[in-house]
Design a protein around this ligand. Structure first.
Ligand code: PLP
Length: 417
């Protein structure tokens, strides 16, 4: 143990025990990172990424070679026909919104088969309040929303999905990560199962996956098991904490084209958009992402083991198979929740001296506390903890591009409660 941080002897002992428990999981994580890094390196070589791709365009951004090659790189990594990777997406929510509006037309039906979607996406669709005046949400365009609820144990309801698919929705929507819910995050194997039954019952449905927090957690991505479109945020897994902003959409060529037409214009699609000196960091993020995700996974597995040893309920358990980088710890009361998040902030590399407070964050319908002492504001591939202030007072811990330092933040958060 280091001498820069004064941990209690009991904390040190419990950590040692937790690390012993994690050994097998850490080996598996290393192996997954290694395979994903190989795929990434191969893509860089095949696409002949060059220093010249780091230069930039302004104005319309026509013929930006860096932008084009970056799309090629992600296309190969994600096993896609096409990819649209842009700093112009302001968030993951924006990329998902562009994809929904890019694909859906009036009278179409979107069926979400993984229960209630992530808070911000719920606000984008607008199904919970149809009485509100036009706000440009999905339902305001005469697009129908349907949902297959999860089973009481939080698992996907395959039998019910089969029934709902008989109505042949235009879009089947899958959320890989749990978001701010208590369900299990989907494994790529679960997504494969949903894709198979969709192809059997409703072959023309488009299968779209909200891939946030899932990239590089396993050795395959959803496009390799039958999904048509995946969407995510560059300030989560695929940006490695290096890419400063943006999002991606990848998948079937015609669908990605429709999304590009929506992001820019039907006249230009993915052919314009100045890169404003973002290319180098976009490429660097792409290259370092498998390693960063591995470090984040180690942080989650360690936190899970430590908090379980301390008697807290944790999801998933340290030795359970993971579909995303998120670790959930049931703290049970508001005060512990706030203390935990504040301690994570206090031992993060940036803004450690600030104290996060719960606030009414846009897009969410209850107060949220969010610690993110990160190089990129709000980046949650860097060590971060956040929580909606509602029952059952669970904290969502994720990220840690460097396990050694993230571990210190976790240990301090443990001591704080
Ligand atoms: C983070 C997240 C989003 C939205 O991404 P932002 O970049 O925060 O807008 C959507 N879905 C899931 C499951 C997420 O975890």
């Amino acid at each position: 143990m280091n001498s820069y941080f004064n941990f209690k002897n009991t904390t040190k002992a419990l950590c040692k025990e937790a690390l012993c428990l994690c050994k097998e999981q850490f080996d598996q994580i290393e192996e997954i990172s290694r395979l994903n890094q190989e795929r990434t390196l191969k893509s860089f070589l095949d696409c002949k990424v060059s220093e010249s791709h780091f230069s930039s365009t302004t104005g319309y951004g026509y013929s930006d070679r860096g932008r084009e090659v970056l799309d090629e790189v992600y296309k190969q990594i994600f096993d896609a026909e096409a990819a649209l990777v842009r700093h112009n997406f302001v968030s993951g929510t924006h990329a998902l919104t562009v994809a929904l509006f890019g694909i859906l037309r009036p009278d179409d039906t979107m069926l979400c088969v993984t229960g209630t979607p992530y808070d911000t996406i719920k606000s984008v669709i607008g199904f919970d309040d149809k009485t509100k005046k036009d706000q440009g949400r999905i339902v305001d365009f005469g697009i129908k929303y349907e949902q297959t609820d999860l089973l009481d144990n939080g698992e996907i309801d395959i039998e019910r999905i089969k029934k709902d698919l008989k109505r042949r929705p235009k879009l089947v929507y899958i959320q890989r990560s749990k978001g701010y819910s208590l369900r299990r995050s989907l494994l790529v194997e679960d997504i494969e199962k949903i894709c198979k039954i969709t192809r059997e019952i409703s072959p023309d449905s488009i299968i779209m996956v909200d891939n946030c927090y899932g990239e590089y957690v396993q050795t395959k991505e959803p496009l390799s098991v039958g999904a048509d479109l995946i969407v995510g945020s560059m300030i989560k897994n695929p940006g490695a904490g290096i890419t400063p902003t943006g999002g991606y959409i990848a998948g079937k060529k015609d669908l990605v084209q429709l999304c590009a037409n929506r992001l820019t214009t039907p006249a230009t699609g993915g052919e314009d958009g100045a890169t404003l000196f973002q290319n180098r960091e976009m490429f660097m993020g792409a290259f370092h992402a498998p390693k960063a995700v591995g470090e984040a996974l180690k942080t989650s597995v360690f936190a899970s083991a430590l908090m379980q040893l301390a008697g807290f309920e944790v999801f998933p358990k340290f030795n359970e198979k993971r579909g995303d980088i998120v670790q959930l710890i049931k703290l049970g009361d508001e005060n512990k929740l706030i203390k935990f998040c504040q301690a994570i902030q206090s031992y993060s590399p940036i803004d450690s001296f600030l104290t996060p407070e719960p606030w009414d964050m846009p897009g969410y319908n209850c107060k949220i506390i969010m610690s993110s002492g990160s190089f990129t504001m709000g980046s949650s591939i860097e060590i971060s903890a956040d929580a909606p202030l509602r029952e059952p007072y669970c904290v969502f811990l994720q990220g840690g591009i460097d396990f050694n330092s993230a571990k210190i933040a976790v240990m301090k958060a443990f001591e704080a409660i």
